[in-house]
Design a protein around this ligand. Sequence first.
Ligand SMILES: *Cc1c(COP(=O)(O)O)cnc(C)c1O
Length: 417
Amino acid sequence: MNRYNLTSDQIPTAWFNALPALVEPLLPPLHPGTQEPVGPDDLSPLFPMGLIAQEMSPELWIDIPGEVLDILRLWRPTPLVRAERLERALGTPARIYYKDESVSPAGSHKTNTAVPQAFYNQAEGIKRIATETGAGQWGTALSFASRQFDLDCKVYMVRASYEQKPYRKILMETWGSEVVASPVDQPDHPGSLGLAISDAVRDAGGRDDTHYALGSVLNHVLLHQTVIGLEAKDQLALAGEARPDVVIGCCGGGSSLGGIALPFMADAAVRLVAVEPSSCPTLTEGTFEYDFGDTAGLTPLLAMYTLGHDFVPPSIHAGGLRYHGDSPIISNLVKSGRMEAIAYPQGKTFEAAVQFANTEGKLPAPETGHAIRAVIDEALAAKELGEERVILFNYSGHGFLDLSAYDDYLNGRLIDA
Ligand SMILES: *Cc1c(COP(=O)(O)O)cnc(C)c1O
C-alpha cells in the first residue's frame, strides 16, 4: 500500500492557528502612513471582519464554517502518497511521502484559502473582489471560489504572464472573472507581483462593494492552509509513522509551506525546511525588517525577510516563488532558528521535477520542483548516512499549464538563474 486516504467525513473541522504557539511573538503590521500598529479599522476597507479577526486571533483552533467544508470536500481530504518508486530510483533508506494538493479544481493548494476568503466576503455583503496574480495560479483559485459564492472577481495579471501564458487566463474567464494586464497605467511594462498588488489594492480601496484578497503571506492565509498538515498527520499515522523527521515545502509567500509545516512545529524533533529559488532568495539572502507588501507602498508594513519592495526578480518559470517578501510567520520561524531555508537555481529544480515525473508519473509545477529538489538531496544524504529518514513534502501543484517551461528545459533554453 502506498496511498493513505481519509474519507470525506475525516476532513479537519478546525484550522490550527500558529500565532499563539510562536515562541517569539510576531511584530505587529504598521500603517503605511503613520507607521503605527494597524488596528481592525485600518484593514476594513480591504478585508472582511471575519478575516481580520483571524489575522490577529489568539485562539489556537478556529472552526471551519460548514459552507466552506462543503466546498473543500469537492477534493479534500487530499491523498498522502508514499513515493516508493522515487525512493527505489535513489536507492535511499529514507521513506518519502507527499501530500498531493494538485488534485484541487485549480490544480494547487491555493483553493484552500480562496474558498474561505470568498465565503467571509460574501457573508459580510461584499459583491466583488479584486486581486492580483503572477503566473495565474492564485487568480484561477480565487475565480473558482468567487463563482461558488456569486461574487464578481477582477484579476490584475502580471503583463508578461498575461501575454505569454494565455491558458490560466482562459480558465479564470471560464469561471466568470474579468482579467486585465498589470500595470494598467504602463502598457509597455512587463509587470511584477508587487505592481499588480498595488493595482488591485487601489481598485478595492476605491469602491465600497469591493474587497481585496491576497493568496499568500498573511496570517489568515497560512491558517487556512493548515488543513494540509492536519490531514497529513492523520495519514502518516495510518502509514505507521510516529512523525516525519523532516517537513519540506517550496516557499514563495510561504502559505503552502506554512500549511504543511505549522501543525508539526510544536514537535522539536521535526525539522522544517523552506526551499526558494536562488534568483529570489528572500529567506537565505534577504534582510529581516519592516517592508511594504507591494511596490507602490500602499499595503501595511510587515516585519519579514525581504529583498526590498522594489526588487524585481528575474523571470524564472516558478512564477509563484517570485515575491520580494515572505510571510511574517515563516520569517519569524526562520529568524528564531526553528525553520531552515535553502535556495536552488532553477535548472536543478527542473532536473528533480523530471526525475519525479519519470518515477512517480506526476508532472509537478515548477514551484513544486523546488521542494522535490530538496527532498531528493535529503534522501541522498540519508543514504550516505544509512539513515531511515521519514521525509514529508508538499506537492503544491501540477505543471500541466507550465509545459512551455518544460519545453525550455528539455531543449536547453532554460536560463539557469
Ligand atoms: C503559488 C504557488 C506556490 C507558492 O506560494 P506559497 O504561498 O509560498 O505556497 C507554490 N506552489 C504552487 C503550485 C503555487 O501555485
